[in-house]
Design a protein around this ligand. Structure first.
Ligand code: NAD
Length: 247
C-alpha cells in the first residue's frame, strides 16, 4: 500500500481495534498520533511503536471534549505539520433492553460514539482542507445496519455515523478528502470480552466464515481505505463481518 509521508490521528488507540490500526499504519510508514484518555497507556503504545521501528507521538484527548480535540489538532500540526488521515475509532457501549434504558445510558453513548465523531472531524478536517488531501475513516458497526437486542443507543449512534459519513463524502469530495465507514462484525476486544460464553458461541456459529473477527482484520480494512490509492472510494461502508450480515 502507498502512503506518501502521511500523518494519521487514531482516536482511542491504546487498545483493541484502534491500537491495531495505529500499529498497522506505523508499519506502513505512516507517522501516527496515538490518542486516548490514559496517559500511561498512551506512552506505552508510543514506546512499542517506536521500538518496532515506527514513528509516533502521544496526545491525551477525550474525543467528547471540543477543547481537548482542538488542542489535539494543534499539537499534531505543531509536531508533524499536517494531518492526512483521521481514524474515528474511539467508542463505548452501555447496553440495556430498550424498556430499561436510562437517559444517561442513551446520552453517554450518543455523546461518545456520535457527537464525538462530529467534533473530532470538524476540528481536524480543516487541516486536510488546507492541503486538499485527506482520508477520514469512521468506525461504525454491523449493528448500525442490522440493529441488535439491547443496543438501541449504540445501534442508533452507529447508524448515525453512516449518515454522517455519506454527507461528509458529498461535502468534502471536491477538497480531495474521502470519507468512508467501516462496519466491523463481532471482533475480539475488551468491548466484547464480557459477553457470556454461550452467547459468544452462538454468535460465532452464526458467522459464515466460522470465526470471530480479530483486530488485525479491521486494521487491514482501515489501512486500505487510508492509503493514497483509494482516492476514488468515498461514502462507502466497508463491512468486515465474515458474511454475518450482508448489505
Ligand atoms: N469489538 C467489536 O466487536 C466492535 C464491533 C463493531 C464496532 N466496533 C467499534 O470499533 C471501535 C473500537 O472498538 P473496540 O472493540 O476496540 O473497543 P475498546 O473498548 O477495546 O476500545 C475503545 C477505545 O476507545 C476509547 N474511548 C472511548 N471513549 C473515549 C473518549 N471519549 N475519548 C477518548 N477515547 C475514548 C477507550 O478508552 C478505548 O481505548 C469502537 O468505535 C466500537 O464501537 C467494535
Amino acid at each position: 500500500m502507498i502512503f506518501n509521508g502521511r500523518v494519521a490521528v487514531v482516536t482511542g488507540s491504546t487498545q483493541g481495534i484502534g491500537l491495531a490500526i495505529a500499529k498497522r499504519l506505523a508499519k506502513e510508514g505512516v507517522k501516527v498520533v496515538v490518542t486516548a484518555r490514559n496517559t500511561e497507556k498512551i506512552n506505552q503504545v508510543v514506546a512499542e511503536i517506536k521500538s518496532d521501528g515506527g514513528e509516533a507521538i502521544g496526545i491525551k484527548c477525550d474525543v467528547a471534549n471540543r477543547e481537548e480535540v482542538k488542542a489535539l489538532g494543534e499539537k499534531t500540526v505543531e509536531k508533524y505539520g499536517r494531518i492526512d488521515i483521521l481514524i474515528n475509532n474511539a467508542g463505548i457501549n452501555r447496553d440495556s433492553s430498550f424498556k430499561k434504558m436510562t437517559d444517561d445510558q442513551w446520552d453517554t453513548v450518543i455523546e461518545n460514539d456520535l457527537k464525538s465523531v462530529f467534533i473530532v472531524t470538524q476540528e481536524l478536517v480543516k487541516y486536510m482542507e488546507s492541503n486538499k488531501y485527506g482520508r477520514v475513516i469512521n468506525l461504525s458497526s454491523v449493528v448500525g445496519l442490522s440493529g441488535n437486542f439491547g443496543q438501541a443507543n449504540y445501534s442508533a449512534a452507529k447508524a448515525g455515523v453512516l449518515g454522517f459519513t455519506k454527507t461528509l463524502a458529498l461535502e468534502l469530495g471536491k477538497k480531495g478528502i474521502t470519507v468512508n465507514a467501516i462496519a466491523p462484525g463481532f471482533t475480539n476486544t475488551e468491548m466484547t470480552k464480557n459477553i457470556p460464553e454461550e452467547i459468544r458461541a452462538k454468535m460465532i456459529a452464526d458467522i459464515p466464515v466460522g470465526r470471530a473477527g480479530e483486530v488485525e482484520d479491521i486494521a487491514a480494512a482501515a489501512a486500505f481505505l487510508a492509503s493514497d490509492e483509494t482516492g476514488f472510494i468515498s461514502g462507502i461502508t466497508l463491512n468486515v463481518n465474515g458474511a454475518f450480515y450482508l448489505s
